[in-house]
Design a protein around this ligand. Structure first.
Ligand SMILES: [Zn+2]
Length: 109
């Protein structure tokens, strides 16, 4: 009875679905390109780039680039330092704190 009708309906829908699927795929292709993994601004460690730049715990002007406003050491993936120099920076900051050149934490919280 209505079997023919149903069949017709299905056929029509299927045809419509085809192009729609293709479109969806196109949109999906844009996805992977958008989700870049890792940091795009991956610059080389500034101490590696400039050999003359020395990490000195007596130099708060330099060290302040590697701590936050609150006096915390900025993580390597943010600062862009390599592991070797990040360690040196962290050490220098700690030493600097010991001789009271740098704050442990910034007051006024
Ligand atoms: Zn380095």
């Amino acid at each position: 009875m209505s079997t023919d009708f149903d069949d017709n309906d299905r056929g029509g829908r299927g045809g419509r679905g085809g192009p729609g699927d293709k479109d969806g795929r196109k949109g999906g292709a844009g996805g992977p390109g958008a989700r870049k993994r890792g940091f795009s601004r991956r610059k080389v460690c500034r101490f590696c780039a400039d050999q003359t730049l020395a990490i000195d715990y007596k130099d708060p002007q330099l060290l302040k680039y590697f701590i936050t406003d609150r006096g915390k050491i900025i993580p390597r993936r943010i600062s862009g330092n390599c592991a070797k120099h990040q360690r040196k920076v962290a050490l220098a900051v700690r030493r600097s704190r010991m001789i009271a050149l740098m704050p442990y934490t910034v007051m006024g919280d």
